[in-house]
Ligand binder design. Structure first.
Ligand SMILES: Cc1ncc(COP(=O)(O)O)c(C=O)c1O
Length: 397
């Protein structure tokens, strides 16, 4: 059975700068409702009523609610605009986007190369479900060069998973070069691009085959929705992604898709504000005697700054601070003393968060000092710095 395509090539595409196109993408999605609204309808339906018998088998339109209706289609279309993609498949979370992409293209006997800096639950998926289904994972050091990564690839290598910058340790990959070399060898590339939110870096423009992101973070932006996406240009990959989603029975709710689209409208404004504040806070950390290193590619002091500057338009508000060796209790006192920062694992929301990072490594052990991670929110950076200052000062007695 064939299924309808969410190919956004058909609808009229907006013109103007990226910010303008994001705001006007999927405009008119609410036009056929009783009253025209700015946003699309949230269609709550398992059943889709079809106008006649022939339409039951018309694969160009949705025939069942699980395939996604008005708001899901509008969000996919707007994300294509963001990522300069032909196709976008939605998922119920960022993790599902990554595992869904892997399940779509891998088969028993394949080998995948995965960055050692990968999001921890993806590592678990590789060692668990993928392994049970006969797919072997080779981890490569998170700061490895493209040549070094390809040198690890056996003939059965099918895919390279990139996460750049790594979301705990912030190493960067020379993604355009790696994508080109991988393609020459017939190996697919999949990038977790959540840090850049499809806005600071557009992987497909740099030769990556599949661009995944946790929309949960910056696109949704309010710490209250799970969503993920995978954007591709190759129609064959789109078919594989869509068919796997359908075969597995995964679905995205109309409400969540609506929230994702609402978040996307203000992404550029929020994103740049997050980054400007993060840069201020990161610079403050550079001056503190407890700081060993600030891990933030947007800082000229960062060892990946050159790569970031070459390929990225901007940064987000997530960075790490490696502290000089100190007793764990002192790090905990610092984090527990924060008043404006919540303690939590997520990021990309309007509110600032801090967490203690414990990188898991296979190919390249983490040898640095205590690592804390900050997601800088939309509060005033001066207030955030004052809060960090009082919490850090309290540990100095
Ligand atoms: C880099 C990265 N990728 C993917 C995910 C997964 O996103 P979700 O929480 O929507 O499953 C996360 C979540 O923290 C993440 O940090």
């Amino acid at each position: 059975m064939a299924y309808p395509s969410n190919d956004p090539g058909e609808p009229e595409r907006p013109v103007g700068s990226l910010e303008t196109r994001i705001v006007h993408a999927a405009a008119g999605a609410g036009a056929s409702l009783p009253a025209e609204t700015v946003g699309p309808a949230i269609q709550k339906a398992s059943t889709v009523l079809l106008p006649n018998t022939a339409a039951l088998f018309d694969s160009s339109k949705p025939t069942y609610g699980r395939q996604g209706l008005a708001s899901q289609m509008a969000l996919s279309q707007a994300l294509c605009e963001l990522e300069n993609a032909r196709f976008c498949q939605l998922y119920g979370s960022g993790l599902a986007a990554l595992t869904g992409a892997l399940m779509s293209v891998l088969k028993s006997g394949d080998v995948i190369l995965v960055t050692d800096g990968v999001y921890q639950p993806v590592r678990r998926f590789c060692g668990g479900l993928l392994r049970r289904f006969g797919v072997r994972t080779i981890f490569y050091p998170a700061d490895a060069t493209p040549d070094a990564i390809l040198a690890l690839a056996p003939p059965e290598a099918r895919l390279i998973l990139i996460e750049s910058p790594a979301s705990q340790t912030f190493e960067m990959t020379d993604t355009p070069t790696l994508a080109r070399l991988a393609r020459d060898r017939g190996i697919l590339t999949l990038m977790d691009n959540t840090w850049a939110a499809g806005f600071a870096f557009r992987p497909l423009d740099h030769g990556v085959d599949m661009s995944a992101q946790a929309l949960t973070k910056y696109v949704c932006g309010h710490s209250d929705v799970f969503l993920g996406s995978v954007c591709v240009n190759d129609p064959a990959l789109e078919t594989q992604l869509r068919q796997t989603m359908i075969d597995a029975g995964f679905a995205v709710t109309g409400e969540d898709a609506y929230q994702g689209l609402r978040g996307l409208r203000t992404l550029p404004t929020r994103f740049d504000r997050h980054a400007a504040s993060a840069l201020e806070v990161a610079r403050w950390f550079l001056q503190q005697p407890e700081t060993a290193r600030v891990l933030y590619p947007a800082l000229p002091e960062d060892r990946f700054h050159g790569l970031w500057k070459r390929d990225y338009d901007r940064a987000c508000g997530l960075f790490g601070v490696e502290l000089k060796p100190m007793p764990p209790a002192r790090v905990e006192r610092f984090l527990d003393g924060l008043r404006l920062f919540g303690l939590g694992f997520s990021w990309g929301g309007f509110e600032s968060l801090a967490t203690l990072s414990r990188p898991t490594r296979t190919a390249s052990p983490w040898t640095g000092g205590p690592l804390v991670r900050f997601s800088i929110g939309l509060e005033s950076p001066g207030d955030l710095i004052a809060d960090l200052d009082q919490a850090l000062s309290q540990t100095r007695d």
